[in-house]
Design a protein. Structure first.
Length: 166
């Protein structure tokens, strides 16, 4: 029964979605009391879409332009999709963006149910074994701290802003 008001944020560079509204409470009365307002936010480069909601057999991925069609959102106005990196006033690390956009994951497995050791393990009632190796070109979305601090106030009116009061 959370009331959530999201305003003037930047939701970007997520390996999933900018907003995840995929959990639905099984108690319909409780679910009906949930309020999610999304106003005046910027969305950019979220790999699975700007919003994820239940539906379509697993999850539906919704882009910011279609937020008005989503019943789970009570109010949606002024949200935009960033189409030009210039909005970040040159403060976004180009190498990071390139790494994020070209990130890959690889895995290899070695499992042979008919190998001598797995046949022996099976005869003894033990679990069969194999090996797996995995690698990723980018892990945990590393971003340089000093460069991250430059993002404060990079987009006027959106995201973290510099406090100019003394």
């Amino acid at each position: 029964m959370v009331i959530c008001y999201l305003s003037n944020n930047i939701f970007g560079f997520s390996v999933f979605a900018g907003l995840d509204r995929s959990h639905v409470d099984s108690n319909k009365q409780k679910e009906a009391k949930r309020v999610t307002s999304v106003k005046n936010n910027l969305f950019c480069l979220n790999k699975k879409g700007d919003l994820v909601i239940p539906g379509g057999g697993m999850m539906m991925r919704v882009n910011v332009e279609d937020f008005a069609d989503v019943d789970a959102l009570s109010e949606v106005t002024g949200n935009k999709s960033v189409t030009d990196a210039k909005v970040f006033n040159g403060k976004l690390d180009a190498a990071y963006v390139n790494g994020f956009l070209t990130a890959t994951y690889r895995e290899s497995t070695d499992y042979n149910a008919n190998s001598l050791s797995n046949q022996f393990r099976s005869a003894l009632g033990l679990n069969q074994v194999g090996t797996m190796q995995s690698s990723a070109t980018m892990y945990a979305n590393r971003y340089n701290l000093q460069k991250a601090l430059q993002l404060f106030g990079a987009v006027a009116g959106y995201g973290a802003q510099l406090n100019m009061t003394k």
